[in-house]
Design a binder for this molecule. Structure first.
Ligand code: ADP
Ligand code: MG
Length: 278
């Protein structure tokens, strides 16, 4: 028999945090938090600028003109809505703002870089470091816990285990899921899954969060709480947030809402405008 080399036995460490005093619900997180409303001009630097943006899809021999000339400017700390019916062009615009796609005409400039002129590698870098995405379907990996799902992009980005664990716990705390962080997605409610996905979108400290129909699968109470969570995140992380939705609840949280009709911005409504109508 060959003697096995003696292996060091890892010491069992006690968990440092006390999950008992962590919040369980978003209402707990938001209780007592004054959600800041931005009124009037935002003096911060421009993060995204769209200039005469068009996008034509070629399908067989046909052309679909999904965007027909979009001009907009987003500044750091803006929280804006893209509102419109299904097929109006919201997802197409989000994909362009996020560097996932390139315009057929016009320019999309993200932090001074024109997306259409970037190499594929540079566009990937831009997406990885500057942009966080949230989707309607949450897109969590079912075999991983909430904590592991949030850690995954930081793992891919090469962050040290200690640092990515610290950041993941901090973010799950921010979204009120500290007590649920070892649960897998199927053990979480829809709202909790979306909160996990929002924490994941924030992990690489992006300057821009893009959320495509993030409340479409949630009931109205949970949906409003998720929108308020975006307000809270804007304040804590100082990011720019764009939310595409067909849900008019967006008016309650957005500084302004771009109404998209048939590939064009039909009008821009500020929070003050929306509240005057109520
Ligand atoms: P929304 O997100 O507001 O529902 P989309 O941006 O998904 O709208 O779609 C805008 C228009 O572009 C629609 O007419 C849609 O059918 C078309 N479209 C979107 N993506 C593609 C694609 N990959 N190929 C062809 N047409 C597309
Ligand atoms: Mg869409």
């Amino acid at each position: 028999m060959v003697a096995l080399p003696s292996l060091p036995i890892p010491l069992l460490r006690r968990q440092k945090h006390d999950p008992q005093d962590a919040p369980t619900s978003l209402a707990d997180v938001l209780a007592g938090v004054a959600l800041r409303r931005r009124l009037g001009e935002n003096p911060n630097p421009v993060i995204v600028s769209c200039q005469g943006v068009e996008r034509v899809y070629k399908v067989g021999g046909d052309e679909v003109r999904a965007l027909k000339g979009i001009d907009l400017e987003l500044r750091r700390g803006d929280l804006v809505g893209l509102m419109g019916r299904s097929g109006s062009g919201k997802t197409t615009l989000l994909n362009l703002i996020g560097g996932l796609d390139r315009p057929t005409a016009g320019k999309v400039i993200i932090e001074g870089q024109s997306v259409g002129e970037l190499s594929d590698a540079a566009a990937t870098e831009l997406r990885r470091h500057k942009i966080g995405y949230c989707f309607q379907s949450f897109a969590l990996l079912p075999v991983l816990s909430a904590l592991e799902n949030v850690e995954l992009p930081m793992h891919i980005a090469g962050m040290s285990p200690r640092e990515r664990r610290r950041r993941a716990v901090e973010l799950l705390d921010l979204v009120g899921l500290r007590r649920r962080m070892h649960h897998r997605p199927f053990e979480l409610s829809g709202g909790e899954q979306q909160r996990t996905a929002i924490a994941r979108a924030l992990c690489n400290r992006p300057s821009l969060i893009l959320a495509d129909e993030p409340i479409a699968e949630l009931d109205s109470v949970t949906g409003l709480q998720i929108l308020k969570l975006f307000m809270h995140i804007r304040d804590v992380e100082d990011v720019t947030i764009v939310i595409a939705t067909h849900d008019p609840t967006i008016h309650e949280v957005a500084d302004r809402t771009y109404h998209i009709v048939d590939g064009r911005i039909a009008r821009v409504e500020t929070y003050e405008d929306a509240m005057v109508q109520v």
